[in-house]
Design a protein around this ligand. Structure first.
Ligand SMILES: C=Cc1c2[nH]c(c1C)Cc1[nH]c(c(CCC(=O)O)c1C)Cc1[nH]c(c(C)c1CCC(=O)O)Cc1[nH]c(c(C)c1C=C)C2
Ligand code: 5AD
Ligand code: SF4
Length: 447
């Protein structure tokens, strides 16, 4: 049987599965977790704990039609000052629940478009966060950047606060694809943004690409990859376009008749993998690539990788505090998500409430399955000894994987490895480890 037929038999071309940026996935969060639970979790953070901060800026000057991120358009930017004030109030509310001595080791500004903030608001936000939490112990400070919505002044302000990694949205350079996804972005404006970053001493540069976009074909993707390699990033994310108009209404603008088929999507991702591996990148998990000297590649080699809401990370801090509308926080006890609506988020903060809308507490089983999902998504393998006291249960679940995916895996009782040809099935395998497919839940395509 051909590899394609085997992948088809295991459902690759029709399954819909979570992207597993968390386990349980965000679609399983409920109102059972609220502000009181979150306050209790903050109170349990040990003194001097390493903490990561994520700050969500849900505003964009443009609203690209393909985008499934939580964001809203703003022409004038009048809402930005009030939003930054809410972020700082929320930070103060959180700080009160934490022990006196904490260590913020990572800061990530995401969105949306954080670089929509003018320099004085960047200064107010970062100065404020520094006063509330202390940013003196940061080992990584990263920002998501839209090259069409940033300039030297804003980047220089970020650099003053220690910016040392940037993640730049590209998606695709082909003009016809850009028109179809409502996102015009020239190679020149992208190059200028990257040059400015390098001038400021920021050399850790990640670029985001998508496969599976309308009108994207092998020849167009090859041209995009050619441009991308000339930009010489240290890391690349190659996400599969998730067409989920029930999550993101503006995706109704996407011409669905021009979308590649699932089989063509597999072709496109294989083509890109081939190019990137040939250009000296290492593959990280299901959709990332890194230069061998990039911290993600090093973490992969040392088995220190983790999943987070940005995809992959070498950040192992056990506590992630998310600030801003729709942000998710992670504690050893569970996940808590803020109000997704910016208005409700700001109103609750103004009332002095931790603005939690929903979440999930983690059971022992969630922790084990989450750890197994993370291992499959990071390494395409499971090392049973890594599951410690739960090793017996992990081995039983691995045996179930062998039952369901026998030809795709090798298992000797201690190590389960997904065979290389079967890597595209990783999300499907991960989904089979736990109960994530509640009725009516509509995830993105598996390929
Ligand atoms: C960084 C970009 C993206 C994030 N999520 C998505 C993108 C493109 C896309 C996405 N999010 C969800 C789905 C559907 C389910 C799935 O296929 O896994 C897709 C395609 C679900 C989802 N993700 C988050 C939440 C809260 C949900 C539930 C649905 C909803 O709220 O509408 C969390 C989350 N994901 C991202 C961020 C930044 C984020 C919260 C801060 C990244
Ligand atoms: C933060 C990153 O998330 C990715 N992104 C945004 N929207 C989607 C989607 N619908 N499907 C897949 N990835 C998406 C983009 O690559 C962006 O740069
Ligand atoms: S891709 Fe970036 S700029 Fe475009 S709508 Fe999404 S968050 Fe905004």
């Amino acid at each position: 049987m051909s590899i394609r037929s085997k992948l088809r038999r295991h459902g690759l071309f029709d399954a819909r599965v979570p992207r597993f940026t968390s386990y349980p996935p965000a679609t399983r969060f409920t109102a059972a977790v609220g502000s009181a639970d979150y306050a209790a979790w903050l109170g349990q953070v040990p003194s001097k704990q390493a903490i990561s901060l994520y700050v969500h800026v849900p505003f964009c000057r443009r609203l690209c039609w393909f985008c499934a991120c939580r964001t809203q358009g703003t022409k004038t930017g009048t809402a930005l000052g009030g939003y930054v004030a809410s972020l700082l109030s929320e930070a103060a509310l959180i700080r009160r629940q934490l022990p006196p001595e904490i260590r913020i080791t990572r800061l990530h500004l995401g969105g949306g478009t954080p670089t929509i903030l003018p320099p004085e608001l960047i200064d107010r936000l970062l100065g404020g966060l520094d006063r509330v939490f202390g940013l003196g112990a940061l080992d990584e400070f990263s920002v998501e950047i839209d090259p069409t919505e940033c300039d030297r002044e804003r980047l220089a302000m970020l650099a003053q606060y220690g910016l040392n990694r940037a993640s730049i949205g590209i998606q695709d350079f082909e003009p016809r694809v850009q028109v179809a996804i409502g996102r015009a972005q020239s190679l020149m404006v992208t190059t200028e943004a990257i040059d400015s970053l390098r001038d400021l001493g920021i050399h850790a540069i990640n670029l985001d690409l998508l496969y599976g976009l309308p009108y994207q074909r092998r020849d167009t993707l090859s041209r995009t990859l050619d441009h991308v390699l000339q930009l010489d990033p240290s890391r690349l994310a190659l996400y599969g376009y998730a067409h989920v108009p029930w999550v993101s209404k503006r995706q109704v603008m996407i011409p669905t008749e021009a979308l590649p088929s699932p089989e063509e999507r597999l072709d496109l991702t294989e083509l890109a993998q081939h190019w990137l591996l040939g250009a000296g990148f290492r593959q990280i998990g299901i959709d990332h690539f890194a230069r061998p000297d990039d911290s993600l590649a090093i973490a992969f080699n040392e088995r220190r990788l983790a999943r987070n809401f940005q995809g992959y990370t070498d950040d192992r801090a056990p506590v992630l505090i998310g600030l801003g509308a729709s942000s998710i926080s992670r504690h050893p006890a569970g996940y808590a998500q803020n109000e997704p609506s910016t208005g409700r988020y700001q109103a609750r903060v103004a009332r002095g409430e931790l603005p939690i809308a929903r979440g999930t507490a983690l059971t022992e089983t969630d922790l084990l399955v989450g750890h197994m999902v993370e291992s499959l998504m990071c390494y395409h393998d499971l090392r049973i000894e890594e599951f410690g006291a739960s090793a017996g249960e992990a081995a039983a679940r691995a045996a179930q994987l062998v039952q369901d995916f026998g030809d795709c895996v090798e298992f000797d009782g201690r190590l389960l490895r997904v065979k290389h040809w079967a890597w595209p099935l990783t999300r499907i395998m991960a989904a089979s480890l736990g109960s994530t497919s509640e009725p009516g839940q509509r995830f993105s395509a598996a390929v």
